[in-house]
Design a binder for this molecule. Sequence first.
Ligand SMILES: N[C@@H](CCC(=O)N[C@@H](CS)C(=O)NCC(=O)O)C(=O)O
Length: 152
Amino acid sequence: MFPRVWVRRGNCRTRDLPGERSCLYSAPMTPRPLLSDPARTSQVAEKMANFHADAVTKVQEAVRHDAVVVVGMAQNPFVKKARVALTEADIPFTYLEFGSYLKGWKERLAIKLWSGWATFPQVYVRGTLIGGNDELREALANGSLQQRLVQQ
Ligand SMILES: N[C@@H](CCC(=O)N[C@@H](CS)C(=O)NCC(=O)O)C(=O)O
């Protein structure tokens, strides 16, 4: 199921394809403990891989192609704040919405399991998760977001 050619770059095993920047998995840099592969049955691994994979693929593709991506959900005030902040800063972004407080929690869980970030919004700039609304505002205020945009 995984592509055959993988190379190790930094903390990440990545597909050796032009423009491909997503990791198969991150390794030692992530401080959060993760259950190791040998500690899962192959049945579990397969179920994990398929768990709302369509939602994860949608996010991965947007993050790969678009400079700024906000992943969110309806009704969530922090998502609204993040979208307003980017709009006010005149920074174009792609917005992907997955459900609301009343629906879509499994899709959101799959995205959280993929990114490791426990809440929404999730803000990605040039392929890097910079955090949620708090971190977005900080990055806009200190110019690091704008810098990321011009650097790459
Ligand atoms: N400090 C976070 C707050 C975000 C937050 O707490 N989001 C909650 C909603 S109020 C959330 O995403 N919960 C998970 C969910 O409902 O799936 C930020 O600045 O983005």
